[in-house]
Design a protein around this ligand. Sequence first.
Ligand code: KIV
Length: 286
Amino acid sequence: MRNAIKDIQDKKDHGQKITMLTAYDYQIASLADDSGIDMILVGDSLANVVMGLDSTKEVGMEEMLHHARAVTRAVKKAMVVADMPFGAYQTNTGQAATQAKRFIHEAGCDAVKIEWFDDCLAVLAAIIKEGIPVMGHVGLTPQTVEDLGGYKVQGREQESAEKIIEQARSLEYNGCFSLVLECIPQELGEIITNILHIPTISCGAGVFCDGQVLVTNDMLGLTIRHTPKFVKPYADLKDRIMEGMLAYRKEVEAGLFPDDAHSYHLEPQVKERLREKYPNDKGRLV
Ligand code: KIV
């Protein structure tokens, strides 16, 4: 059985940290699940990480569903949360609810995540009315990054900090089961975590949040582009992969791979008969 809202809330209530990572495919989702991660996010960071796009706004519903299905095929224990992609929920509440349902019914996800924007509370209400758990996302919200002055720490000043606190409170009040706090000062993360009853998940919001999420590819040292200050690499997969690929290329070029241990063989009589029937005479075929 996958983790439910109660399991996640119980962790906050018992002072236990909640762990979350992104996944976009079957293999990484299997490993994350086996490692005991509590929640797996099919993030719209798919756009940057997997598809090489510049903005999360460029990923659409069909791509998100495709990857969400691969993830849910693998996950047995973690709660699977899917990001509602830009354009799938901002325009009207009916469309938002319809698209959210697709993540549950067509892709087997357990919940969806929405980023804060001006009319997000109406959207939140429409999705919750369908019985779908919603995670909120405040602070640096990449889908509206242009309105926030770019990719930079949010809520450093009194006024902007209060704005984020009020957004967090209203998302809790209107039914979110948890909130991602992205790229805000640690002290603000602590204040929000202490005010809210629902769990806060830090993504560059410091150690006092109830849990932590990172983009898995960043955390494994796989990312080719810039990684933010709040990312800690726990492995150096980029270097390891490059070592493997270079070694493979060299062995193939030198005729060392495939060797006997990685090849199949004919029975000697079959080989002989085939050789007689098909002599090594390339010229004949021309
Ligand atoms: O899309 C994503 O990966 C996210 C996390 C950074 C929280 O929203």
